[in-house]
Each structure stands twice: as C-alpha cells, then as structure tokens.
Design a protein around this ligand. Structure first.
Ligand code: NAD
Length: 247
C-alpha cells in the first residue's frame, strides 16, 4: 500500500521503539520520513532511509530548527507523529516539583512545540495530520504512575483541543493510547526490576490478551490515523491495549 506517496512525516522519538516502528511503516507506505530525536540517539544511528534531526522537544529553538530542516528537505510537512516521551514512577509523594515540571514539559509541552513549529507547513498540506502518543495510563488508574498518568491524560485533552482548533484548516489531530508495549523503554524497566522474568509475566498478565503490545501494532494504529483513509477522523484516541481499558 503506497497511501503515503508524496507525503512527508516528522516522527519524534523516532530513533527507538514505537517511533522507530512508525518511521519504518510510514516509509514503507511511501512517505518521506524525518526522525527527530535527542542528539545522542541520532548520533547512535538512524536508519539511512530517514533524515535524522537532532532536537530536544524540551528546547523550542532546537525543535524549530529541526522542523524547518525537515520542511526544507521535503518541501513541506504533511504528518507529525508526536511520540517522544519519558517515564516517571511513583505516587504524588515520590516526585519533586522539579520532576513534575520536567516530565510535563517533555511529554506535553514538547508535543505543543513540535506541532506549533509544524503548523504553517501543515496548513499548506492537503492531507495534514498530527498523531500524538498518549497511553493507557491516561485512564487506567495505574498505581505508582501519578505524574506519567497526568502527563498522558493531558496529551489526550490536548489532542481534543487541537482537533477542535484546527479541523477548519484541514488539519486532523488524533492520538493513540497503547498498553504496555514491548520496546526498549519496557526493556529498561524490566532490567531494573529485582526479578525481570516475574515482572514481565506480571506486565503480560495485566493485559487481557495476555501479552505485551508490539511496537508494530502501535505503529499500524498511528499510520491509520495519519493516513488519507482517516480523512474524517479527528479528535479521537485509538486504544492499542489488548482490551485493558482504553480511551
Ligand atoms: P523508547 O524509550 O523506546 O523511545 C522513546 C524515544 O523518545 C527515544 O528514542 C528517546 O531518545 C526519545 N526522547 C526522549 N526524550 C526526548 C526529548 N526530550 N526530545 C526528543 N526525543 C526524546 O520508548 P517507547 O516505548 O517507544 O515510547 C514512545 C512513546 O510511547 C512515549 O511517548 C511513551 O510514553 C509512549 N508509550 C509507551 C508505552 C510502552 O509501554 N512502551 C505505553 C504507552 C505509551
């Protein structure tokens, strides 16, 4: 299927996990893809079919420069996949205000920065779409995930608000809400657990379909929401969580 022929996409957090799977899928379906990620992640190697853009979504100047570079290279931007994010564990007593500010800045304001920089280009596209990565954490009431859940809930609300603000300009905005997905992120969590095998089994057990979600499954949902086939879909969240408790 070459439904992204002639379209260009910027995928944040595209050097790893869900972002990397999405970059591969969009490219396989015909898109020109730029991967925006932290300088160390881009330096570590981005597959050569993608344009690698070094930026920190917490730094507006670097975001603006990276988005401008993608638009110059491709002659425009049609799709933004706002996927970069960081985790946080604990109850509200476990994270200091500085940590709340940092995680909300990266996970929520980071998406605003990228979308804001891309808006002038999206307005010129005839297939403009933004897809934000939220999480099951937005609605599942997961224990010891207060800050992360608040951030991902904000991503969902931001998605609704942006969808309302920009649909008259022809820009659709949706989000995906993955359950626990088998990515390097979860690999790192498991490595730090006292018993990684038991911890993985517990994570699998928490999902009604008895396994972790794959990065490719999330990428498929993102690609659908970004694709011209979803032309009448905006302001939605697509759960990819094995039936756990999606939006
Ligand atoms: P990952 O750690 O494999 O990839 C995240 C990528 O984001 C990395 O390449 C990292 O370098 C990049 N990144 C982090 N901070 C950044 C910043 N400030 N600027 C630019 N890039 C930055 O993780 P993943 O599991 O693929 O997660 C991707 C998204 O999916 C995140 O938003 C995460 O919250 C969300 N999510 C993950 C899961 C899961 O279980 N893995 C579940 C639900 C939602």
């Amino acid at each position: 299927m070459n439904d992204f022929d002639g379209l260009s996409a910027v995928v944040t957090g595209g050097a790893s996990g869900i972002g990397l799977a999405t970059a591969h899928l969009l490219a396989a379906r015909g898109a020109d893809v730029a991967v925006l990620d932290l300088p160390q992640a881009v330096a570590a190697g981005v597959p050569e079919q993608f344009v690698g853009l070094s930026a920190d979504v917490a730094d507006d100047r670097s975001v603006r420069a990276a988005v401008a570079a993608a638009a110059d290279r491709f002659g425009g931007i049609d799709v933004v996949v706002n996927n970069a994010g960081i985790g946080a564990q604990g109850t509200i007593e476990d994270n200091a205000d500085t940590e709340w500010a940092r995680v909300l800045d990266v996970n929520v304001v980071g998406m605003v920065r990228v979308a804001r920089a891309a808006l002038p280009h999206l307005r010129r596209s005839s297939h403009a779409a933004v897809v934000n990565t939220s999480s099951i954490a937005a609605t599942a009431g997961l224990p010891r995930r207060a800050l992360y859940s608040a951030a991902k809930g904000a991503v969902y609300s931001l998605t609704l608000a942006m969808a309302a603000d920009h649909i008259r300009e022809g820009i659709r905005v949706n989000c995906v809400s993955p359950g626990t997905a088998d990515t390097p992120w979860v690999g790192r969590l498991l490595e730090s657990a006292p018993d990684p095998i038991a911890e993985r089994a517990a994570l699998e057990d928490r999902q009604p379909h008895g396994r972790l979600v794959s990065a490719d499954e999330v990428a498929s949902a993102i690609a659908y929401l970004a694709s011209p086939q979803a032309g009448s879909t905006t302001g939605t969240s697509l759960a990819v969580d094995g039936g756990m408790q999606g939006l």
